[in-house]
Ligand binder design. Structure first.
Ligand code: URA
Length: 255
């Protein structure tokens, strides 16, 4: 394990949140190799240093990386924190329990659905790297009903504002299908339809731009699959740990 700040070490060891660890450090209750460490910025090497709080040794479990699925609600920015007016998705995930969590990719502030968080830098970066993009499935409420010809155009790949978009698989869904519910909780509005779309890239506003390019403005957008993960077992605004099978699948997808 690499060096980390003492506050982070204490939070990962379950002693206190990073914020609550600070007064312990300042009060001289935390020692590193027997010497009180009262500097908030000081670093420890979990493999070599011995950390004690009030004389009792505190160890990191061989803590595995954390992998968390969030059902991002509408209105949240895909960031851990920031100066903006809107709330941040990072406020909805357990950063005290899992210091170092970060979001893997982004959803627009008005898009709902599956957002993966992890402390595993390798997996996170692999899954968002252009050479490695995983499939993502979206459900979109759009104006009008896309024709077969329009969906074929998506399948062949489009040029939007001189930018070539990779082929995307789209289909008009039956509005009674439960997968449509997140975008039509009150039923299908007049003159609209629901489209399921799988994309491989993660360019900004990709789905909205693609559907706009074939003449169908997106009214609501929801992501229900990200690589091998399917949004399930979480309510809007809630998170859960991935199951061991899901963790394995995500690690495999990142390889
Ligand atoms: N494509 C979009 O247009 N928006 C999202 O949030 C995700 C993909």
């Amino acid at each position: 394990m690499s060096e980390m700040r003492l506050q982070r070490y204490l939070a990962r060891a379950g002693v206190a949140s990073r914020r609550k660890a600070e007064p312990l450090i300042v009060a001289g209750r935390v020692c590193v190799n027997g010497v009180p460490a009262t500097e908030l910025g000081s670093k420890v090497d979990p493999d070599r240093d011995t950390v004690t709080v009030d004389g009792r040794e505190v160890r990191l479990d061989e803590q595995e990386n954390a992998y968390v699925m969030l059902y991002k609600p509408r209105g949240y920015e895909s960031a851990m924190s920031g100066p903006g007016r809107r709330p941040y998705a990072g406020e909805l995930v357990p950063t005290d329990r899992y210091p170092g969590l970060f979001h893997v990719g982004r959803l627009d502030w008005d898009t709902t659905g599956l957002l993966l968080f992890t402390t595993d830098g390798e997996v996170g970066h692999a899954l968002t790297h252009p050479s490695h993009e995983v499939d993502k499935h979206y459900v979109a409420l759009v104006r009008g009903v896309p024709s077969r010809r329009e969906l074929d155009a998506l399948r062949r790949g489009l040029t939007i504002d001189k930018d070539v978009a990779a082929p995307a698989e789209g289909a008009v869904l039956d509005a009674d299908d439960p997968v449509c519910r997140p975008v039509i909780p009150e039923g299908l509005p007049y003159g609209c339809s629901v489209v399921g779309l799988t994309i491989h890239e993660g360019k900004k506003h990709e789905v909205k731009r693609l559907l706009d390019a074939i003449g169908h403005k997106v009214v609501r957008l929801h992501r229900d699959q990200f690589g091998p993960l399917v949004l399930s077992g979480v309510a809007p605004g809630a998170w859960r740990d991935l199951t061991p099978d899901e963790v394995r699948a995500v690690q495999e997808a990142a390889r």
